[in-house]
Design a binder for this molecule. Structure first.
Ligand code: FDP
Length: 341
């Protein structure tokens, strides 16, 4: 009998236990972050359950466009946003919220005020909702300096200033992946316990991968370095095997696979979208933070992604992230292009 494996199965490291352990390493900590995280986790559990029931809920909606309480059936992304905003405000630990679903930032009323700024996309990959493909929630957290009045500048900060970031993927299992700046840890929801259990401690991305992930339908509008890079993936000139292409079209799913299997995820600029598609604050920054913490890299085509300073809360940026060596290659192609200009 494998006693070690058995011990691992019976000694359950829940996310709360994990974060409390981390907290105990900082004697000055008053547990505010643990409380904030537990509210984010609650939002994720709710969305997970709603996503699992989405098809059924839609049937109810179609039957009469109303649910049993006579309320209008809400679309999953609007519902998820409401749940996260309410969970975050009620934590009493937040001061500014930036959500993909809301045009303006939300400034939390003073009676419920805390020191954390949370930027998030409550349900990313929404074009995949109706066909039951993996989607997710992405978040990043900044902290205010003690006693400071919160302003928009507190979220318009480079990603390297984030305190924590993560995502929850609603896939074949529900996985929560978190960094607080000391490695990346993955937790899987045990639905029977209603608890996220540490299943992927200290995730490290392979140094080089065999997969590239991009919407190739945009190829005719790509710039030269992106086009050259993808060409090299398919027709390598160094004797290596061609890379495989995988593209779900949900950032969380594509980045999650990249993190575990290695390779590269690209959402480049193109002629139609000169700033790419993905949003800096709640897509590019959290994923870049996670990838760097796992030993990979994240690059915008010009600079390290986490060095970007956003000017607007819904700003977009091109992004290339993944295994260290794969991102090195695209960086070299952009550097060569810059020399030519
Ligand atoms: P979606 O439009 O379905 O919400 O930013 C949103 C996003 O999905 C990402 O999750 C995904 O990586 C990307 O857009 C997919 O965009 P394309 O359909 O243009 O490939």
């Amino acid at each position: 009998m494998d006693h070690e494996a058995d011990a691992y199965r019976t000694d359950l490291m829940t996310m709360t236990r994990f974060v409390l352990n981390e907290q105990s390493k900082h004697p000055e900590s008053r547990g505010d972050f643990t409380i904030l995280l537990s509210h984010i986790v609650l939002g994720c559990k709710f969305v997970c359950s709603a996503v699992n029931k989405a098809g059924l809920a839609k049937l109810i909606g179609l039957a009469g466009e109303t649910n049993v309480q006579g309320e209008e059936q809400k679309k999953l992304d609007v519902l998820s946003n409401e749940v996260f905003v309410k969970a975050l405000v009620s934590s009493g630990r937040t001061c500014i919220l930036v959500s993909e679903e809301d045009e303006e930032a939300i400034f939390v009323e003073s009676s419920k005020h805390g020191k954390y700024c949370v930027v998030f996309d409550p349900l990313d990959g929404s074009s995949n909702i109706d066909c039951g493909v993996s989607i997710g929630t992405i978040f990043g957290i900044y902290v205010l300096n003690d006693g400071k009045e919160a302003t928009l500048d507190d979220v318009l900060q480079p990603g390297k200033n984030m305190l924590a970031a993560g995502y929850c993927m609603y896939g074949s299992s529900c996985m929560f992946v978190l960094t607080t700046g000391s490695g990346v840890h993955g937790f899987t929801l045990d639905p029977s316990l209603g608890e996220f259990i540490l299943t992927h401690p200290d995730i490290k991305i392979p140094k080089k991968g065999k997969i590239y992930s991009v919407n190739e339908g945009n190829a005719k509008n790509w710039d030269a370095p992106t086009a050259k890079y993808v060409e090299k993936c398919k027709f390598p000139t160094d004797g290596s095997s061609p890379k495989s292409l995988r593209y779900v079209g949900s950032m969380v799913a594509d980045v999650h696979r990249t993190l575990l299997y290695g390779g590269i995820f690209l959402y480049p600029a193109d002629k139609k979208s000169p700033n790419g598609k993905l949003r800096v604050l709640y897509e590019v920054f959290p994923m870049s933070f996670l990838l760097e913490q796992a030993g990979g890299q994240a690059f915008t085509g010009k600079e390290r992604a986490l060095d970007l300073v956003p000017k607007k809360i819904h700003e977009r940026s091109p992004i290339f992230l993944g295994s260290y060596d794969d991102v090195e290659e695209i960086k070299a192609l952009y550097a060569a292009e810059e020399k030519k200009e």
